[in-house]
Design a protein around this ligand. Structure first.
Ligand SMILES: Cc1cc2nc3c(=O)[nH]c(=O)nc-3n(C[C@H](O)[C@H](O)[C@H](O)COP(=O)(O)O)c2cc1C
Length: 207
């Protein structure tokens, strides 16, 4: 079964390096990761006053994320932090209070940059937010992709052969396994709880 993955790109740039990395990940795990890139550029800025009657774009974004089995963030780093457009999307998805569409969804974070430290700062800011949002975030491999440039990709926009592609390939495999592990564990726990409840009900009947 292919898991549905919502990919959220922290760049609105047409030729975004992060978008290309995301596209490569989709291509690498096309068999069992069913990836969709979720549009965030049209989301009005989050304003709690609108929670009662949310803009159509907020509804669409929340529905798309809610339908996913996991979330992959691919983002640049802006000024050693998370790009505002991505933080806005996360804030939109996290509300109204108690109805976050991110709750319990397994996640992974990729940051790519032409710089040498690969968006480390943004990566950990996103991770910190995911902790608050109760998202189990994949630990390894960490993906601070440095020295990524247009030259890292072929004409079709996918990663060329080399160490970067190897790292991204291992990440794509690990992410599939991470999502699979979380969903299977939850299913087993639910089955276990149902079984225990059944046994308790029977015991009560015979008491
Ligand atoms: C406003 C702004 C701030 C930036 N700050 C950083 C930064 O802190 N660290 C970094 O590695 N690159 C930084 N960059 C360079 C981006 O990594 C580079 O533009 C990258 O290509 C953006 O990602 P994208 O190609 O996915 O749009 C910054 C770029 C912009 C436009």
């Amino acid at each position: 079964m292919a898991y549905k993955i919502a990919i959220i790109i922290g760049s609105l740039r047409k030729d975004s390096l992060n978008r290309k990395v995301a596209r490569s990940i989709c291509g690498l795990r096309g068999d069992n990761l069913d990836c969709s890139m979720i549009e965030i550029g049209d989301l009005p800025l989050y304003n709690q006053d609108l929670d009662g009657n949310p803009p159509e774009q907020w509804r669409r974004f929340r529905e798309q994320v809610a339908a996913a089995d996991g979330v992959l963030f691919c983002s640049p780093e802006y000024n050693r932090g998370v790009p505002g457009v991505l933080k806005n999307a996360i804030d939109v998805g996290s509300r109204p209070y108690g109805q976050s569409v991110f709750d319990k969804k397994p996640a992974a974070i990729v940051t790519a940059s032409p710089g040498s430290i690969g968006g480390f700062g943004a990566n950990h800011q996103i991770r910190q937010t995911c902790v608050f949002l109760n998202m189990p975030v994949m630990q390894q491999p960490e993906a601070y992709l440095g020295h990524v440039t247009d030259d890292s990709f072929d004409e079709s926009g996918c990663l060329k052969e080399g160490p970067l592609k190897q790292l991204v390939t291992s990440l794509a495999h690990a992410f599939h396994d991470w999502v699979d592990m979380i969903h299977r564990s939850r299913q087993l726990l639910a089955e276990d709880a149902a079984h225990t409840a059944q046994q308790q009900a029977r015991a009560r009947e015979h008491a």
